[in-house]
Design a protein around this ligand. Sequence first.
Ligand code: NAD
Ligand code: ZN
Length: 359
Amino acid sequence: PLKMNDLQDSLDTIFYSEKAYGRLNKYLSKNPPSRIFILVDTNTNEHCLTYFLSRLEDPSDIEVIEIDAGEEYKTLETCDGVWNAMSELDGDRKSLMINLGGGVVTDLGGFVASTFKRGIPFINIPTTLLAMVDASVGGKTGVDLGNLKNQVGVIVQPEMVLIDTNYLSTLPQPQMRSGLAEILKHGLIADEKYWKKLRAMNELKYSDLDDIIEKSVKIKANIVDRDPYERDERKTLNFGHTLGHAIESFCLSNPDRKILLHGEAIAIGMILEAYISAEEKDFPKEKLEDLNNFIKDIYGVDSFSSKEIKQIQKLLKYDKKNEYGRINFVLLEDIGLPVIDCEVDPDLIEKSFDYYLNS
Ligand code: NAD
Ligand code: ZN
C-alpha cells in the first residue's frame, strides 16, 4: 500500500532528469494507485503535460485536473474545485496526486492531497526554476488568504520530487529570473564558494543550470531534513523574505504598482536585509556593495516613495515567521553565516530602503 513518508530524508526522494522517470515508473508499478490525478495549470497543461505523459510506461487511466494559472488562484476556492473533481472521479485513500507545475500547483496540490480523505500521497514535478530549487522541496504546502500569502497550509513531505530541466525550455525569462533569486539566496545563507560561482556567471546559462539546480536543491533539502518544522535552522531560508514578502504583498494589493514576481521581490528584500545585516551584524561592507551591484544588474531598481515604504512596514506584521507579535528577521554575519530571530528597529528598515534606492 501507499504510505506517506514523513520520516524519510527528503534528499533521498529527489531525482533528476531521465533517471527520475525510471524511479517514477518503478514506484507506480510497485504501488499501483487506485487513481492517478495529475494537477496542472493552463500553462503546464499546454507546455508540459504531453511530454510528461510520454515518459510514463502506462499513461492510461490518468485523470487530469486543470486549474487557472497564477498566484491569484492559489486559494481555498480553487482547492474546493479540485477536491470536488477528485471526489466526482471516485478518488479514494489509495489515490495518488501528481503536481505538474510551478510553485502554485505544487503548494496547492500538496495541500489538496494532504487533506483529501485526511491525506493521500503526492509527487511533485516542478516546471519552473523557482519550484525546482524551492517550492517543490521541503513539504510546505498551502494557499493564500486574500492578499496575504500562505496563511493556510500544512507541512507534509511529497513521496518524490522529479526534477527535469527540459521543462524550463518554455518558461518565460522573467520567471527564470524569479527562480534565480532563490538560488542566490542559497549561496548567501549557506555557501560562500557557491555564491562566488554564481557571482561569476554573466547570465544563467542552460549548460550550467543542471549543476546549479542540484546544488541549490541539496542546500535546501539538507536544511529541511535537519529542521523540517522550522524550529530554528530552516528559518535561515527566509533571508530576504521578511521585507521581500511585504513588498510582494504591497505590490499585489496596490493597483498602481506593477506586480512583482516572488523572486523579484525577494531580490529587493535581500539587498535591504543585507544592508540591515551590515548595520547590525557587521556583515562586511564590501560584500554588501558587491551584492547590491550584482543583484541590481540582474533585477534593476524599483522605486518606492516614503509613503509606500510606511505601507510596506505595516504589512510586516502579517509575516508568517512572527511569533508572539514579534517581527523576526534573518540577518547575515557573513556569507554563509546566517543569524535567525533578529529584531530590527523600524528606523533601520527605512534606512535600508534609502540604501536600496540611492546607492
Ligand atoms: P507559478 O506556479 O505561478 O508559475 C509561474 C508561471 O509560469 C505560471 O503562469 C505558470 O503557469 C507558468 N509555467 C509553469 N511552468 C511553465 C513552463 N514549463 N513553461 C511555461 N510556463 C510555465 O509560480 P512559481 O514562481 O513557480 O512559484 C511561486 C509560488 O511558489 C508562490 O505561490 C510561492 O508562495 C510558492 N513557494 C512555495 C515554497 C514552498 O516552500 N512551498 C517556496 C517558495 C515559493
Ligand atoms: Zn521564496
